[in-house]
Ligand binder design. Structure first.
Ligand code: GMT
Length: 375
């Protein structure tokens, strides 16, 4: 085996956590000299560095008039076949439907087809709960991969349970990661200014799907504001955002909610906050929460899924799911007690650096790939 691997990464290009992590892995591997191709319908939202050994390979989604719904699964499979066997490893992110596309492509390529790693991310496993037919299809395609990973122990157990995978099938937990240099705490001076003169800044970043329970963010803000001045920055966009803003109007806090949309300066925005709010009903990991920790911003949210594995015990507070009063009280208690807030801030930054640093986790990916290639 050569030192330089040829890796093809397949992902959804949007700004969801799986797309962010896939793009970051691709960029990190290319910076280390591996030849990397990113296969998606559009360039990833988290932009790729310009390197000769890193290319974007667009999937052309079929628009033949007969198709009311484009056959995306086949379009990805066809793209992988067109790229040929000129790859050591195929790394697909988000199993539905990419694991099925990879299975088809590898069968079509036959001998010499690349090895395959499938990374499960969240709803690709959990949405199976109410679609029994999906379970069989996903199990078949996921089990066909040479290596299977999840970003948290929580999702590993959910995958075993919901996909009914054989107990002996190894699932490697490789956590998501953050660029701790890019997502870093504000300077002490900037921090002091924000504490001295302004209302507390709470912040949330997401794609505002129903699972994020965006209305709970607004309810939390309204309850916090009964006790101290605060505003809420909403970064990102998605189907539930408008409803959340409507709720803010109903609760009379609309002027304290700032919609920022999708932003390239997300790291600076996060770093400017006093607390990150996470009101998801489920989160297999929580990339945005990790980015907040890395900026030294405590996380306040519901204790769901793999989020406790990310946030730990001393970097903020996770309360029982959907207990908005407890969530608001935790935010207020922290903001009123500067020593406690500083403790959370320091612990948050240390946790990100010690457990989730980009370089360390990229080392783990490289070793995992090499171990898989040597089998
Ligand atoms: O599974 C999803 O809902 C989409 C996915 C995404 O692309 O953002 O999110 C999941 O994968 C992320 C990256 O591993 C995790 O940080 C999110 O927690 C996870 N979302 C859920 O589990 C709801």
């Amino acid at each position: 085996m050569t030192d330089r691997l040829r890796v093809t990464v397949v992902c959804f290009p949007n700004l969801g956590g799986s797309g962010v992590i896939a793009a970051e892995i691709a960029a990190g591997l290319a910076e280390r000299g591996h030849r990397v191709r990113v296969v998606a319908t559009a360039p990833p939202g988290r932009s790729l560095p310009q390197l000769d050994n890193l290319t974007f390979e667009p999937v052309r989604v079929s628009d033949y008039p007969l198709f009311k719904h484009p056959p995306y699964t086949l379009d990805v499979a066809a793209k992988l076949v067109e790229l040929g066997a000129d790859s050591d490893l195929l790394h697909i992110h988000y199993a539905v439907p990419h694991a099925a596309s990879a299975l088809l492509a590898r069968q079509a390529l036959g001998a010499g087809a690349p090895r395959c790693v499938a990374t499960l991310h969240g709803t690709d496993v959990t949405l199976l709960a109410d679609r029994p037919g999906y379970q069989a299809v996903a199990r078949l395609s996921v089990a066909a991969a040479d290596g299977l990973t999840t970003p948290s122990a929580f999702l590993r157990e959910e995958a075993r349970r919901l996909l009914a995978l054989a107990p002996e099938m190894p699932i490697e937990v490789i956590p998501n990661f953050v660029d701790t240099r890019r997502f870093s705490p504000p300077t002490a001076a900037a921090h002091r200014r924000s504490e001295a003169n302004q209302p507390a800044t709470l912040l949330h970043v997401s794609n505002f799907r129903a699972v994020k329970r965006a209305a709970d963010l607004i309810e939390t803000l309204a309850r916090v504001r009964r006790q101290l001045p605060a505003r809420l920055l909403l970064v990102g966009d998605g189907p539930e955002l408008a409803q959340a803003v409507q709720r803010a109007e109903q609760l009379g806090v609309a002027e304290h909610v700032v919609r920022l949309g999708e932003r390239a300066d997300v790291a600076d925005l996060i770093a400017s906050a006093d607390g990150f709010l996470s009101t998801s009903a489920n989160e297999s990991f929580g990339v945005a929460a990790l980015e907040a920790l890395s900026c030294g911003v405590p996380v306040f949210g519901y204790r769901v899924g793999g989020l406790p594995e990310v946030v730990g015990d001393d970097c903020g507070v996770l309360v029982e799911p959907f207990d908005i009063d407890a969530l608001a009280d935790a935010v207020v208690a922290s903001l009123r007690d500067h020593q406690r807030h500083d403790r959370y801030r320091r612990a948050a930054r240390s946790r990100a650096v010690e457990h989730f640093d980009r370089d360390d986790i990229l080392d783990r990916w490289e070793s995992y790939y090499r171990e898989l290639m040597s089998r």
